[in-house]
Design a protein around this ligand. Sequence first.
Ligand SMILES: [Zn+2]
Length: 257
Amino acid sequence: MNIIQIPAFTDNYFWLMFEDNKKSAVVVDPGDHAPVIKSLKDNNLELTDILITHHHNDHIGGVPELKKVFPKVNIFGPLDSRIPADNIVKDEDIIKLDSLYEEFRVLDVRGHTNSHIAYYFDKKLFCGDTLFSCGCGRLFEGTHNDMHRALTKIKNLPKETMIYCAHEYTLDNIGFAKILDPENSELLNREREVKSILKKGEYTVPSLLANELKINPFLRFDNKNIINSVQKHFNIKISNEAEIFKYTREWKDNEYD
Ligand SMILES: [Zn+2]
């Protein structure tokens, strides 16, 4: 299967998938129609399916126009009146599409929004705004416990899983991670690597879960350096991982960006 990364707006990515011997394609989170249509044309493809992770406009804004150009397109998404899906999917559903050989598994990853889902297949995770490289999405609707549960679910996927997230936030995220985890050599290596990737005009995602587990403070709520930093910063004793996640998120929201 081919996966094309479509950059859009200032820092979004949409993901287009197709098989070599088929003329049809699937797109994840098309926040805008124009770059998707261009990519389809460039590759001589028809759009058959849209997979939506959550309702924010930079993830669904392109849907009405795409539906005009491809009236038969199937739209998959969670149950949410803000999402124009005609195929409602929920946690652990399996989606089989005519355009692709692989089946997708749906994961409920609520937290960034109350109905956020992710799509997983063959060690690839399309997670919208739940997990970013070295960061995670803000909690616009869900609770800290929701997001901790979602991130734990992602943490338990195979380590070789590639994280196809929806934004290029990596360098900024590393800036915050370094405050909590200044001695982490893997994090400093990743910073050097990310700077060189961005200098070349390339993308820092998708990223490998095994690497995220070493550098991403929002997946490292069980790591003693992160726990120590959070306890010291807030001058409190914290006994559970969900609370470590909660304070890490609050630290970034209130004091970093
Ligand atoms: Zn969002």
